[in-house]
Structures are given as structure tokens and as C-alpha cells.
Write a protein that binds this ligand. Structure first.
Ligand code: PMP
Length: 434
């Protein structure tokens, strides 16, 4: 058809214009022209259920957010070196969602910039340079954060000051004491740094371990590792770019699940619902040294439009009870997935918190052999049924499910019935345990 030809042309133009480093999702890429709530629409008006985009967290093109954006864009947009109230009102509202110890916020445009800034602050405060991250972490696009992002692949050289630790995996690892096992790896990393003359600056983790494979339980497991880094003079930086703003269902922030107050918190993705709003929240005593040594100016960050958008996003999260919805619908979705696991042995594990869910697919529940190809096929089959998710983990066999927070029980039930159908077809197409 004309549209199919047009899409083939678009793929060729992307390669021609954007070069070789970009990747599209799916064997059959999705062409979208409009979004609303949990739905995306293609040029023919067909609806796709978005269960992956954790940026449009309060729903695609939420009218309260787009109205705030266009109102402020039509009034004033400038930088942070003039007095303007929006940044102050927003900072107050945002900090109101944090424990009182975390009393300063600085604004950036991306999560990468937030992590980059957090590391500068941590280095200034501790006098150290060493950073510990998980084995499949992703923390950003800048030189410094890419060197802390082993998930970018073997082609990405990690910094010599960087140590990686295995993710706190209660399914494949030591399920009896996930927290102690994780802390033991962190202590070993600290010892290795020290032996090489590197002073630890920080333990930096995504508190839901998204790119490692989604690890949320048991709640509290991060505490011993955080105690270990602090004892070594380093800081705990919670990367809330993925779990933050209510997605985990029990609180606004993933770290709350672990009963912790971090030294620094980094924010991004859902903060502006698609507008580039990100930031770093810190304890004043941690920020003091950095502020004395230098100044900070970020041309676009914290501008009145971004602040108005950030404020509108918070108003929607609060006004629509989205944290509570994430908890309720997330529980419903996990319960449904566990019921499917009773009938489909390919589902080895269902985990996560709120509307951040990981489903690990295995060829055999006893050996836990990763069902990598089956996972890729399922993700592509779901796409053909117009449901969008993706896969993660070292063997790409973990379904990653992160719909907008207004996701409903009916949306969840639609997904569960399509999953059931696809898994039934896949099982009848091939003998089990081949
Ligand atoms: N940290 C985590 C955990 C992320 O998932 C990402 C983005 N995928 C980033 C940081 C970087 O954010 P950005 O793309 O906004 O720079």
C-alpha cells in the first residue's frame, strides 16, 4: 500500500539522515501520529495500547499539562538568572514530596544531566572518585554517565574508577537474603577500589533496577548496601529517573520502598510528561561544598515553561490519585500474570512494584534457561495485536511493562487476555522443553 511504501521510505531516510546509532523498536516498526491517555494512534487511526512509555506517565498529551505548557509559553520563557515565581512554587511543591532532609532541588533538562551533576556534587563532598553501579545499569548519555552504563554494551568502556556489582536478583541469585548478598558485593567493590587507591564517592543505583531486569523485593533490601557505602565515606545516589513520580505505587519514590533517605536523588523522564524536565534533589550539607566551589547555570533547565509543566504534572498525580491507581492496577496485573504462570510454564517469575512490572520467561522452570527468542517473538506478536511493551535483562528474556499511570483494570484485562492467547498459540506451535 501507499502507507507501507511511505514507512519503508521513512526507515531509509532515518538511516540516511540520522546515521547508524539509532534503533527502532520491533521487527515491524510502529508509526505513530497522535497520543491520548494510554493510547497511541497510527496514521490510519488504529489504537495501540501503550504499556511501555514511562515518560508520558500521567497519560499522553494530558490536557492539564498541555494547557499549562501553552499558557506559560505564550506568557514568558527565560532562564533562571531573573526572579520568577514559577520555579519557586514548583520547587516548593516538589520538595514537599520528599523527606525533610532532602531540602534543595536543582533543575536539569535530562536524567543524564541530573546524574552527571549528582556525581560532581558527590565528588566535591566526599573527595572521592569511585562509583559503584549494577552490572547492567543505565545512567545516561554524557561521557561521565555513559562510563557508568554497562547496559550500553561491550563496546562501552567503563571508567577506571567504576566498579559493577550483580543486581539484587532474588529469582536467580540468593533469594534468602537479597539485601545481604547485594551488600556483600558492594563491600567487595569498595575493597577493590581501596586496594587500587580509589576513594569511593558513591553507590549509584536505579531503585527499581529497570535495565538489570526489574527488582523490587523484598522491600528494604537496599539498606545494608547503603550502610556499607556510607561507612566507606561515599554517598548513596538514588536514580529515580525510572521509578520516580509514583510508578511503584506505594510512594512517590522507589527509595521509599527501602526505608531509606538518600544523599542525592536524580529525577527525569516522567517529571515533565514528555517536556524535557529533570533535576537533582540533595541534602543541603551534601550540596554545600559544590556551591562554595563553583556556580551552576543550565540555560534551559528550570525555565518558567518547564516549571509550569512540572507543576501541572504534580497536580495531575495528586488530583487523579495516580499513585494509588498504580498500586491497585499494578497488583491486579501481577495477580493476573501469576494466574497465567499457573497455565504457561514459560512464565518463570512475575515481579515489580505498582505499574513497574518484570516478567521473566524461561524454557524450563527448573533450569531457568532464558527464553530469549520466545521473548522477542512475544514482544513482536503483542505489537501485531497493537499492545506495546519491551524486554530487558542480560538475556533479553524479561518483559518490561510500564504503562502510563492512569492504566485501568480494563486495560490490564485486555493485555492479560491477549497474553493468554499468544502464550497458548506459542505452546501449541512447539513442544515444551524441546
Ligand atoms: N537513569 C536511568 C535509570 C534511565 O533509565 C535513564 C534514561 N533511560 C537515564 C538515567 C537518562 O535519562 P535521559 O535519557 O533523560 O538523559
Amino acid at each position: 500500500s501507499d502507507l507501507a511504501q511511505c514507512e519503508r521510505d521513512m526507515i531509509a531516510r532515518r538511516q540516511h539522515l540520522l546515521g547508524p546509532a539509532y534503533r527502532l523498536f520491533y521487527a515491524n516498526p510502529v508509526h505513530v501520529v497522535r497520543g491520548e491517555g494510554v493510547w497511541l494512534y497510527d496514521p490510519e487511526g488504529q489504537a495501540y495500547l501503550d504499556m511501555y512509555n514511562n515518560v508520558a506517565s500521567v497519560g499522553h498529551c494530558h490536557p492539564h499539562v498541555t494547557a499549562a505548557l501553552s499558557r506559560q509559553a505564550g506568557t514568558l520563557n527565560t532562564h533562571t538568572r531573573y526572579l520568577h515565581e514559577t520555579i519557586l512554587d514548583y520547587a516548593e511543591r516538589l520538595l514537599g514530596h520528599f523527606p525533610s532532609e532532602l531540602a534543595h532541588v536543582m533543575f536539569t533538562c535530562t536524567g543524564s544531566e541530573a546524574n552527571d551533576l549528582a556525581l560532581r556534587v558527590a565528588k566535591a563532598h566526599t573527595g572521592g572518585t569511585g562509583v559503584i553501579v549494577t552490572q547492567l545499569a543505565y545512567h545516561g548519555t554524557t561521557t561521565v554517565t555513559a562510563e557508568l552504563s554497562p547496559s550500553l554494551g561491550r563496546g562501552m568502556q567503563l571508567g577506571t574508577h567504576v566498579r559493577t556489582v550483580p543486581a539484587p536478583d532474588g529469582y536467580r541469585g540468593d533469594a534468602r537474603d537479597v539485601g545481604e548478598a547485594f551488600a556483600a558485593h558492594v563491600r567487595a567493590a569498595i575493597d577493590d577500589m581501596t586496594a587500587n587507591g580509589i576513594r569511593p564517592a558513591a553507590l549509584l543505583v536505579d531503585t527499581i533496577f529497570s535495565s538489570d531486569g526489574v527488582y523490587a523485593d523484598p522491600a528494604g533490601f537496599l539498606a545494608p548496601a547503603v550502610a556499607a557505602i556510607r561507612q566507606a565515606g561515599g554517598l548513596f545516589i538514588a536514580d529515580e529517573v525510572q521509578p520516580g513520580f509514583g510508578r511503584t505505587g506505594d510512594a512517590m519514590w522507589g527509595f521509599a520502598r527501602h526505608g531509606l533517605v538518600p544523599d542525592i536523588v536524580t529525577l527525569g523522564k516522567p517529571m515533565g510528561n514528555g517536556h524535557p524536565v529533570a533535576g537533582m534533589v540533595a541534602r543541603p550539607e551534601v550540596l554545600a561544598e559544590f556551591g562554595q566551589r563553583t556556580r551552576y547555570f543550565n540555560t534551559f533547565a528550570g525555565n518558567p515553561v518547564s516549571a509550569a509543566v512540572g507543576m501541572a504534572v504534580l497536580e495531575v498525580i495528586e488530583g487523579e490519585g495516580l499513585v494509588e491507581n498504580a498500586r491497585r492496577v499494578g497488583d491486579h496485573l501481577r495477580t493476573g500474570l501469576r494466574a497465567l504462570a499457573q497455565r504457561h510454564s514459560v512464565i518463570g517469575d512475575v515481579r515489580g512494584a505498582g505499574l513497574f512490572i518484570g516478567v521473566e520467561l524461561v524454557r524450563d522452570p527448573l533450569t531457568k534457561e532464558p527464553a530469549t527468542e520466545e521473548t522477542a517473538r512475544l514482544v513482536n506478536d503483542l505489537r501485531e495485536r497493537r499492545i506495546l511493551i519491551s524486554a530487558t535483562g542480560p538475556d533479553a528474556n524479561i518483559l518490561k511493562i510500564r504503562p502510563p499511570l492512569a492504566f485501568s483494570r480494563e486495560n490490564a484485562d485486555l493485555f492479560l487476555s491477549v497474553m493468554d492467547d499468544l502464550l497458548t498459540r506459542a505452546a501449541s506451535a512447539r513442544p515444551l522443553h524441546q
